[in-house]
Design a protein around this ligand. Structure first.
Ligand code: ATP
Ligand code: MG
Length: 283
């Protein structure tokens, strides 16, 4: 049995559970308790506040965790980062009132900066040779300057909308973050084996992300041109159609390249193009 800590409620909880679900691990979400056992995989889920996850994994009370890299960096927890999960992207940034002119790191000399991430901030200040006062607050950091609590803030930014609506502007992006899968440093052989099994599934789910299955009818004499447009995993599958001179061509394409490829395929005579959802990709 392996134990994974995930955020109980918040920005990362739904996607963490969705990932497990897509990996074929069903957890009864209706009865979201502190600890929940998966139905068909040797895994249990420990629901925690995100701040607590790195420490709990480092301490061995959970074997794995899914948490923002920002929390791993802040806690300095001694854990292994096993995978970047590709969701929960954000950054830790310094922001100042938008009317002020930003002159570089020395702007912060002698200023008060409000943050929930004092350790990461301290590291940045030290490496830039700046002395500033850190005001630690756990919530509503973005209102600190307007409330007269601080001259600047150091906080999580994703779109930047929260900053703008509080009259602030981002001036330094200090740390890039996304959700990461973390593991305790010394898992025994049995847990390591379960982790490998879990990673095999997670990789298949992540590999399918951003990809589509595409099939189309194509004049047989255009196959070699189509193969140049659609490299696929090894090469596209070509099947003979009952109609003379036509074939059906199947492949996998990146969603970001989908429309460009479709236009090029149409231009060489592809018809009846179908684009399908791709559930898992096992390399
Ligand atoms: P908890 O109650 O678990 O302590 P929280 O309020 O501290 O939750 P959330 O706001 O749910 O945390 O954010 C969890 C994580 O989501 C953050 O640590 C960060 O990694 C990520 N995240 C991504 N985008 C954003 C964003 N725009 N604002 C805040 N966090 C974000
Ligand atoms: Mg938190």
């Amino acid at each position: 049995m392996i134990r994974i800590a995930i955020q109980s409620k918040g920005r990362l909880s739904e996607e963490s559970l969705a990932l497990l679900r897509e990996a074929g691990i069903k957890i009864d979400e209706l009865k979201r308790k502190f600890l929940a056992r998966a139905a068909d995989f040797p895994l249990e889920v420990l629901y925690l506040r995100d701040d607590d996850i790195p420490g709990v994994v480092a301490g061995g009370s959970a074997d794995l965790g899914i948490v923002g890299y920002n929390e791993v960096a802040e806690t300095g927890a001694d854990v292994k980062i096993v995978r970047k999960m590709g969701f929960g992207a954000c950054r830790l940034s310094l922001a100042i009132p938008k009317a002020q002119e930003y002159t570089g790191p020395s702007f912060f000399e002698g200023k008060t900066i409000a943050t929930s991430y004092p350790n990461v901030l301290e590291g940045w200040l030290a490496s830039n040779g700046v002395k500033a006062k850190i005001q630690k607050i756990m919530g509503s950091v973005e209102i600190a300057p307007a409330a007269g609590l601080a001259d600047a803030i150091f906080d999580i930014v994703s779109s930047g909308g929260t900053l703008v609506s509080n009259g602030l502007k981002e001036v330094e992006a200090v740390l890039q973050s996304e959700a990461v899968l973390i593991a305790a440093k010394d898992l025994d052989a049995e847990k390591q084996a379960i982790l490998e099994k879990l990673l095999f599934r997670i990789d298949a789910v992540m590999e399918s992300g951003g990809k589509k299955y595409i099939l189309m009818n194509l004049p047989t004499d255009k196959v070699s041109e189509a193969v140049k447009i659609l490299p696929a995993m090894r090469s596209p599958t070509v099947m003979q159609l009952a109609a003379e001179g036509w074939c059906s061509l199947h492949s996998v394409v990146l969603e970001s390249e989908l429309w460009d490829k479709i236009e090029r395929l149409k231009a060489i005579g592809a018809e009846g193009i179908l684009v399908l959802h791709l559930d898992k990709v096992i390399d």
